[in-house]
Design a binder for this molecule. Structure first.
Ligand code: AMP
Ligand code: GLY
Length: 418
């Protein structure tokens, strides 16, 4: 089989590695990929949906796996399917579970899926009126996709007013922030779980836990994710409740709303004192959770994709290694606000970890950082302390100007033992 992976980050590099392990796969191509991925896999720049479709036909691509939500929001999955290509990703319509937070919240409300209480607003005056219904802290969210900039936790009323004004008056996020959610703040701890689904049946992956804040001890601004580990033993006791009260009903709800969801559904869950509640759904795999989860996958990824595509997830059995993985993200100086890019990267020969390439590019034949999140270093061992040590030991030898990372990825694991 020939597989095309759409996307350009560490998640897509990890996907390529998982596909190439399949005995059924002869070739994995990544589009656009990046200069690091290109060291091992063919990469191709394809500027439009039509050029991707043409490439699939010309290069005998058997299956396309779409990594990022932006491509799903742009309708790529529908376009390729209409052109006769097998695609692993939900339709644009089902993708609204991520691309419109208001759509997702209203669906959860209608089908009584546990989540934070919210109101949605589209003008500043009514937003100010509705704000008084909430205690502090309060969460303000842009409705549309905002590349990680759409959620602000406000600890004072003045901050909340400032945020509402930025979104609704100054249009700081443009159309994505023209409708806004004001939401109750949920206390608890977060975990990510992925449902592999054909829209009717589903099976869940191992749990992963992201570390969203920039600094150690979960301080500082939110980022796309500074690291992850998997599995998360403390989450296991909630798996059945999450499957029964969240995943099964949301998939049924999407089907009822004529938006059958086929692909991988990302459930961002807060474990609150009242039980698991939905923080958000995403219509794709998480980044960096994927880099922690996929190396532990024992089942052939092609078999999983076939089950999704052929509507046979009810018969799917997915096996995982019993190891633990720790993925540490190396970022550019200035991330997430203004990454300082264009600096050469030195990577020694890696012996005990895996390096996935994310925000890297080729400048005059030299691999350089060209994005916020640059590299993902993953250690795998039968215990988390060894996995952490493997990742952090390799990181010491990697050099580029302004290299930054958190030192505490995976240390939270013990804090959840209640
Ligand atoms: P999202 O983009 O929806 O994942 O939100 C980014 C981050 O903001 C989440 O991972 C949470 O850490 C935090 N967050 C979002 N909504 C809430 C909420 N209602 N209560 C507490 N934290 C939240
Ligand atoms: N790690 C969070 C995300 O992919 O959105």
């Amino acid at each position: 089989m020939n597989i095309l992976v759409i996307g350009s980050g560490g998640r897509e590099h990890a996907l390529a590695e998982a596909f190439v392990r399949s005995p059924q796969v002869t070739r994995v191509v990544v589009s656009p990929g990046n200069a690091g991925i290109a060291l091992k896999y063919p990469t191709v720049e394809l500027a439009s949906h039509q050029s991707i479709l043409d490439y699939c036909h010309e290069s005998l691509i058997d299956m396309v796996f779409i990594g990022p939500e932006t491509a799903i929001a742009d309708g790529l999955s529908d376009y390729l399917r209409a052109g006769g290509i097998k695609v692993i990703a939900p339709s644009q319509k089902a993708g609204r579970i991520e691309t419109s937070k208001i759509f997702a919240k209203e669906l959860m409300q209608r089908y009584q899926i546990p989540t934070a209480k919210h109101v949605s607003v589209s003008d500043y005056e009514s937003a100010l009126e509705r704000l008084d219904m909430f205690t502090l802290p309060v969460v303000i969210k842009a409705d549309g996709l905002a590349a990680g900039k759409g959620v602000v936790i406000c600890f004072t009323k003045a901050d909340a007013i400032k945020e509402l004004s930025a979104l609704l008056v100054d249009k700081s996020l443009g159309e994505a922030g023209s409708r806004v959610i004001i939401e109750e703040y949920l206390e608890g701890w977060e975990v990510s779980l992925f449902a592999i689904t054909d829209g009717d049946s589903f099976c869940t992956t191992i749990f992963a836990q992201d570390h969203k804040q920039l600094y150690n001890d979960d301080k500082g601004p939110n980022t796309g994710g500074m690291g992850a580990y998997a599995p998360v033993p403390a989450a296991e006791e909630y798996r059945k409740e999450i499957e029964d009260s969240i995943i099964a009903p949301i998939l049924a709800a999407l089907k009822m709303e004529d938006s059958l969801y086929q692909g991988i559904l990302f459930c961002g869950i807060m474990i609150t004192p009242q039980g698991p509640k939905v923080i958000e759904f995403n219509c794709r795999l998480g980044d960096p959770e994927t880099q922690a989860i996929l190396p532990l996958l024992e089942t052939d990824l092609v078999q999983i994709c076939d089950a999704i595509e052929q509507h046979k997830v009810s018969a799917l059995q997915v096996a995982w290694k019993t190891d633990t993985s720790v993925c540490v993200v190396l970022t550019s100086e200035g991330y997430p606000r203004k990454p300082n890019t264009g600096h050469p990267i030195f990577i020694p020969s890696i012996t005990s970890a895996t390096v996935y390439y994310a925000g890297v590019c080729d400048i005059n034949g030299i691999l350089c950082n060209c994005g916020g999140r640059v590299l993902n270093v993953v250690g795998i061992a039968d215990d988390i302390d060894t996995a952490r040590a493997m990742a952090y030991n390799e990181i010491k030898g990697i050099e580029f100007y302004g290299k930054y990372y958190r030192n505490d990825i995976g240390l939270r694991i013990n804090k959840f033992k209640q």
